[in-house]
Design a protein around this ligand. Structure first.
Ligand SMILES: *Cc1c(COP(=O)(O)O)cnc(C)c1O
Length: 422
């Protein structure tokens, strides 16, 4: 459920008309709903009621400072994957002991930054990383708390670009080698082993792969404890999927995910961490765009809109589906049109949908991409020198620009001319 509904024939974001925002900020733009963000965080938090837990928002899905503030105020921790994200978390007021640092390629500078600024734990992914982290911690005179990310070799049955839990993926250490790697970690002077981490992929629409992975983790807890390691915390990653098409079967709900976690791991006396990104931010955002032209092709109609692949790359990158709806509610009886919906970028890959049935719209009309909050704005670029599109946050009947659209001057001011060309 989200807070983007038609009211009196107009699409609203909470209590604000989307057309009103478009008139104020211009198109295209992203708009996020505070109430939806809060609600989704709360669903996860409540799903783990009864076990000690922390829900760490995977900010790589949506990292605007205002969004982070909303979630931090609701009680969220943060899952970060770079020094920049760590910096964002701290700047949003998140305490170091609520920040977990994930990622396969952490640098010495990033490790130092987190160890001096405060960190809940590093989710470590390889032996060389352990050695470097230990050395950095020793040099600073501290102990680095770690979990080790294990790769359980389960098929997440999701898009190849976002599957991470098979042995051919670059992530984690093979679960078969876990005992040896934990032994090595325990012997490194700068590390304090506290738990196990697992994350098998994104946009999972079935609980079975999670359950298969968590059962392997449960077995591993017993083995590692018998080896003398203190396993007190289990980080179970993110990855629960969202319904991109309203017509499809709904993916599992957080409450059922939580029940499965308690069933598989609840008896182990461990603190549970989860790192949802998409399920918190995905349906909390729209991308709103304007139709520039309706163009007659040989055998099809093209809807050419002012949003493009540089603004929302998911269809081009992951073959992703987004519901695209007119901002003015169509008549129920209206005959649908069929469009190829494309942006202005000079690539055929700049296609959002092919042969998509939707209500007939015309030049100047607004359309909204649903479920665009996650991996939308964060993956955008200025390809074709199209300035980054603004982000807007709605809260009840208020809205505010939370990242402004740069002017052309601002966009090119980041380039500098070497002296010999001046
Ligand atoms: C991407 C990622 C997440 C978040 O995944 P979602 O599918 O957005 O929930 C969580 N943890 C790790 C380690 C990730 O790489």
């Amino acid at each position: 459920m989200d807070h983007f509904l038609y009211r009196d024939g107009q699409l609203f974001a909470e209590d604000v008309s989307v057309a009103e925002i478009a008139a104020a900020v211009g198109t295209p733009f992203y708009v996020y709903s505070t109430a939806t963000l809060e609600r989704h965080f709360k669903l996860f938090d409540e799903a783990l009621d009864g076990v000690p837990h922390l829900v760490c928002f995977a900010m790589k899905s949506l990292s605007n400072q205002a969004v982070l503030k909303v979630l931090a105020a609701a009680g969220a921790g943060m899952d970060v994957v770079s020094g920049g994200e760590y910096y964002r978390a701290k700047a949003a007021g998140v305490a170091g002991d609520k920040i977990v640092f994930s990622g396969v390629g952490k640098t010495v500078d990033e490790m130092r930054m987190a160890l001096t600024g405060g960190i809940r734990q590093f989710n470590v992914e390889s032996e060389p990383e352990m050695e470097v982290l230990s050395a950095v911690a020793v040099a600073l005179g501290v102990l680095a708390p770690i979990t080790i990310r294990v790769n359980p070799d389960v098929d997440a049955k999701t898009h190849a670009k976002i599957a991470t839990g098979k042995s051919e993926n670059k992530f984690g250490i093979p679960i078969s080698r876990a005992r040896a790697v934990y032994k090595m970690a325990a012997e490194l002077p700068g590390l304090k082993v506290i738990g196990i981490d697992v994350h098998i992929g994104s946009q999972l629409t079935d609980l079975a792969p999670f359950e298969a992975a968590y059962l392997k983790v449960a077995d591993l807890v017993a083995v590692l404890r018998a080896d003398g390691h203190a396993i007190e915390r289990l980080d179970l990653g993110g990855g629960l999927g969202i319904p991109y098409a309203r017509s499809n079967d709904a993916p599992p709900l957080p409450v059922d995910y939580g029940k499965m976690i308690k069933r598989t791991l609840g008896h182990l006396d461990c603190e549970i961490e989860i790192e949802p990104g998409r399920l918190i931010s995905g349906n909390a955002g729209l991308m709103v765009s304007k139709v520039i032209y309706v163009k007659e092709g040989e055998d099809r109609e093209f809807l050419i809109i002012d949003g493009a692949m540089n603004d929302l790359i998911r269809p081009a990158m992951y073959d992703a589906y987004h519901d695209i709806v007119p901002v003015v509610e169509p008549e129920v009886a209206a005959e649908p049109a069929k469009y190829d919906i494309v942006g202005p970028v000079c690539e055929s890959g700049d296609t959002f949908a092919k042969a998509r049935e939707m209500a007939r719209v015309g030049a100047g009309d607004l359309v909204a991409f649903r479920s665009a909050g996650a991996y939308g704005a964060v993956m955008s670029s200025e390809y074709n020198s199209r300035p980054m599109i603004p982000e807007v946050l709605v809260h009840g009947d208020q809205f505010a620009v939370i990242r402004a659209r740069p002017t052309y001057e601002e966009m090119i001011a980041r380039d500098t001319i070497p002296e010999w060309l001046a």
